[in-house]
Write a protein that binds this ligand. Structure first.
Ligand code: NAI
Length: 379
């Protein structure tokens, strides 16, 4: 039985590659013929590069390409038993694709969405078989990032969810189970990495280069927050934060930054526009003179907020501690899982830091999570 992929932009073509590399036959549909042409060319180029690097043989490359068929009609997905949609992030468009699909595929076909911000419940609602609708959230670029968040809705069937977990794990992915809540695991827990960095920068506590350097050198992160925002795109990153904040009923923990809003409005989007916090191609010197005490101050403020957020996700039963830690390491390359790292660093220190910030600002944003507090006090 084949896997169907709908939408062959950056995510859809990556997902198709992952499934085909694992031996699945894949049918890809997109409404835009130009997108199909681009996806074909890019797949060919990516696989040729893998051959050059001797990661796969020419033979294997050809087998993979043979397993991916681009089709010109949704109807051709009738024999799939799993369809993953990766079309525009618009609820009406996704609902309409699922509505069309349920008239085409067999009742046993699982319908998955790669959405990063819509609730799975809202996609399952009104479907003939809502129990087979799930979220399957890959990370960009899908062939390189090991993580997949698997999100059942309130209406999903547990056996279907388990089957998909096994199938996607067999594609070589690390599958974590996440509750159908805003941002799932990664896009929720990672918010302070950007938000607290932006806040310190806005307050003039540190320059963006200093913040990036502190997080790289003191914190061991591969990239600093401003480098990463430039890579993701300041418009996209701002939109994700705004969505998570809105969906959490304006919880101040997720409040977006005006600085980032203005960057997006000004078209200073980052790498894709040639200018964000840094200029591209990168010719700025990324290193700034930074003393260790300041680096520690910068790192701790962001780190304490990250640990608090990871504990909040655990407290609210979004996922298990193990899955929260795996997700941050394999979805966004964090050097360690935040729950384990918080314990290693000392939860009483984390708690004291949060209490200090809460007192200093009188802002609910800094309220320590009850589970973090309880765990810290028990140490
Ligand atoms: P994209 O804009 O690169 O590609 C979307 C593709 O879907 C386009 O080729 C478009 O022609 C096609 N499309 C639009 N409406 C369609 C329809 N009704 N039927 C068939 N094809 C249709 O978007 P991208 O970045 O690949 O994202 C796709 C989805 O994946 C979105 O839901 C996004 O939120 C999610 N996602 C994106 C990530 C990213 O970093 N770009 C990461 C994880 C999830």
């Amino acid at each position: 039985m084949s896997v169907g992929v709908i939408g062959c932009g950056s995510m859809g073509s990556g997902i198709a590659q992952v499934a085909a590399q694992a031996g699945e036959t894949v049918l890809v549909f997109d409404t835009n013929s130009e997108a199909i042409k681009r996806a074909k060319a890019s797949l060919e180029a990516i696989l040729s590069r893998l051959v050059e690097k001797e990661r796969i043989t020419e033979d294997k490359k050809n087998q993979i390409l043979l397993r991916i068929e681009f089709v010109d009609s949704l109807k051709k997905l009738s024999h799939c038993n799993l369809v993953i949609e990766a079309i525009v992030e618009k609820i009406e468009a996704k609902q309409s694709v699922f509505e069309m699909l349920e008239k085409i595929v067999d009742v046993n076909c699982v319908l998955a969405s790669n959405t990063s911000s819509l609730s799975i419940a809202s996609l399952a609602k009104g479907r003939l078989h809502p129990e087979r609708i799930i979220g399957l959230h890959f990370f960009n670029p899908a062939p390189l990032m090991p993580l997949v968040e698997l999100i059942p809705s309130l209406l999903s069937n547990a056996a279907i969810v388990e089957n998909i977990r096994t199938r996607v794990a067999a594609w070589g992915k690390t599958v974590v189970l996440a509750k159908d809540t805003p941002g799932f695991i990664v896009n929720r827990v990672a918010r302070p990495f950007y938000g607290e960095a932006l806040k310190m920068y806005e307050e003039g506590l540190a320059g963006f280069q200093e913040i990036d350097q502190a997080m790289r050198e003191y914190g061991g992160f591969k990239m600093g927050p401003f480098q990463l925002m430039d890579l993701i795109g300041n418009d996209i990153n701002y939109a994700v934060t705004t969505t998570v904040w809105t969906q959490f009923y304006y919880d101040p923990r997720f409040k977006p930054s005006l600085t980032q809003c203005r960057m997006a409005e000004a078209g200073l989007l980052g790498r894709k526009s040639g200018q964000g916090y840094y200029s591209y191609p990168l010719n700025d010197d990324l290193t700034a003179p930074l003393d260790k005490a300041k680096a520690k101050f910068i790192f701790e403020r962001i780190f304490f907020m990250l640990v608090n957020e990871a504990y909040d996700a655990l407290f609210m039963q979004v996922a298990s501690a193990e899955d929260i830690d795996l997700a941050m390491q394999q979805g966004v390359n964090y050097p360690k899982g935040l729950i384990a790292w918080g314990k290693e660093y000392g939860l009483p220190t984390v708690l004291a830091g949060l209490e200090f910030l809460f007192e200093e600002y009188g802002d609910d944003r800094y309220r320590p999570n009850p589970l973090l507090r309880k765990t810290a006090k028990a140490i």
